[in-house]
Design a protein around this ligand. Structure first.
Ligand SMILES: NC(=O)c1ccc[n+]([C@@H]2O[C@H](COP(=O)([O-])OP(=O)(O)OC[C@H]3O[C@@H](n4cnc5c(N)ncnc54)[C@H](O)[C@@H]3O)[C@@H](O)[C@H]2O)c1
Length: 432
């Protein structure tokens, strides 16, 4: 099939490359010329394990085309996926749909024969209706169909998630569209992926409900971790004990920092706005948003208490600053609040992240990037394990810090509390 992805970011680039790998011809379009030039010279603009190889292989096979020529891509494709960002609006907490609507207008002006237009971007329920209206102003009804196919891939595991998804959700009332999308996904369905179709609004809401539910699970266990700390219970035992119940399940029950990333924070906010719009108070999700925001303050207080309120001139090392491992995505990471706070209170913050330097911290006077772990930890007063990259899992802290009184705050519970105490470390973790 000939398809086109408009927006070549985390979602458009990964899913476009993987569709090409299934044998389709894929146009990946982006308005960011720098990004397109990079891709055309084999440079991958994002950190995503395994992506490099897939891009190269399919680009060389001429199945994957990177372009900023939206017109040519639309004219050449049967299915057009909208994969642009839907960040939180600057005016309120809703999803900012300006990029989606702009793309809808652009697509409309280039439709020359029947096209299926699919939103992969996460969009509030009824956005498909609005896209349809925009296109109808410019083109006949018989020339297009608008469907929803929300994306569920996780950064850092995106290739695997594309190839082995738990489910593929498609929203459309049109049988021809459903058949076409089912045949696009057939190779994945044959390997066991569930293909679930519903109406367009249903698919749009499934995405938000799923993200809000996962965010709820994380916040739930984070609050239970707070109680564990006060009662001398190990939160990991609670997670395991709860997770063994099949109705609950063990995933997303690991206590840690506040949830972050490009999806949960914005999607939880956006769905509550949609709820309010339809006069439905989504009070659980509103509490989750508050709980997550409180968690960031709670972690600041925890760091202060570990350092006995003496932050000034302390060398504090962050191991990992992204919101999760195997990605370079900094959006809504807890480190974006913690590091500026420590900088403003005159600590010297050194950070090392396997995905490299972060421009987000360059305006802070006392925040320094280190290109290796030892440099970052050398003579540190406090090491904060912020992100669970594999390379942080088996460290000899005394050796790398050269400080026998080193304090360690393990926000990801990577180490055994017992062993760390036995080895004489001042070791702090979450919920145990
Ligand atoms: N990142 C994830 O893990 C993830 C997972 C599931 C769903 N989503 C959803 O997918 C959507 C995209 O997310 P992302 O993380 O890939 O965003 P992103 O910011 O990484 O990429 C969006 C891309 O769209 C491009 N773009 C914007 N307007 C354009 C236009 N008019 N023409 C061409 N290109 C244009 C931008 O230049 C950018 O490269 C969002 O709605 C997000 O919520 C993201």
């Amino acid at each position: 099939m000939k398809i086109c992805m408009i927006g070549t970011g985390y979602v458009g680039l990964v899913s476009g490359s993987c569709f090409a790998d299934l044998g389709n011809t894929v146009y990946c379009v982006d308005k960011d010329i720098k990004k397109i030039n990079m891709l055309n010279s084999f440079q991958i603009p994002i950190y995503e394990p395994g992506l490099n190889e897939i891009v190269k292989k399919n680009y060389l096979a001429k199945r994957l085309i990177f372009t900023n020529n939206l017109k040519k891509a639309v004219i050449s494709s049967d299915i057009i996926f909208i994969c642009v960002g839907t960040p939180t609006s600057k005016n309120n907490k809703s999803a900012d749909l300006q990029f989606v609507f702009k793309v809808a207008k652009e697509i409309a002006s280039h439709i020359n024969k029947f096209k299926i237009i699919v939103t992969k971007s996460t969009v509030p329920v009824s956005t498909g209706d609005k896209i349809e209206k925009i296109i109808l102003k410019r083109k006949k009804r018989s020339l297009f169909e608008v469907a929803s196919n929300p994306e569920f891939l996780r950064e850092g595991e995106a290739i695997r998630d594309f190839r082995f998804p738990d489910r593929i959700i498609v929203g459309s009332d049109n049988k021809k569209v459903l058949r076409k999308l089912e045949s696009l996904y057939e190779p994945l369905i044959k390997k066991g992926a569930n293909f679930f179709s519903t109406n367009r609004r249903g698919a749009e809401l499934i995405k938000y409900a799923s993200n809000a539910f996962l965010a709820t699970k994380i916040s739930f266990i984070n609050e239970i971790a707070n109680l564990c700390e006060k009662t001398g219970v190990n939160v990991e035992d609670v997670s395991l004990g709860m997770g063994l119940d099949k109705r609950i399940g063990g995933r997303f029950l690991r206590a840690g920092p506040a949830y972050g990333g490009s999806c949960f924070p914005k999607d939880t906010k956006a769905i509550t706005v949609t709820g309010d719009l339809y006069k439905t108070n989504l009070s659980i999700i509103k509490s989750v948003i508050k709980s997550n925001s409180d968690r960031k303050k709670l972690l600041v207080n925890r760091i202060k208490s570990i350092l006995s309120n003496k932050i000034k001139n302390k060398k504090i090392t962050f191991l990992g600053v992204t919101f999760k491992p195997n990605t370079d995505d900094m959006r809504e990471s807890s480190s974006l609040l913690l590091i500026p706070y420590l900088n403003n209170n005159r600590a010297k913050v050194y950070y090392y992240d396997p995905s490299g330097f972060k421009k987000e911290f360059s305006r802070y006077k006392s925040v320094y990037f280190c290109d290796n772990l030892s440099k970052a930890c050398n003579n540190s007063d406090l090491i904060i394990i912020h992100t669970e990259w594999d390379e942080f899992k088996t460290l000899d802290f005394k050796k790398i810090s050269k400080n026998s009184k080193i304090k360690i705050f393990d926000m990801r519970n990577l180490y055994s509390h017992k062993k760390m105490k036995k080895n004489g470390y001042s070791y702090y973790s979450i919920g145990r």
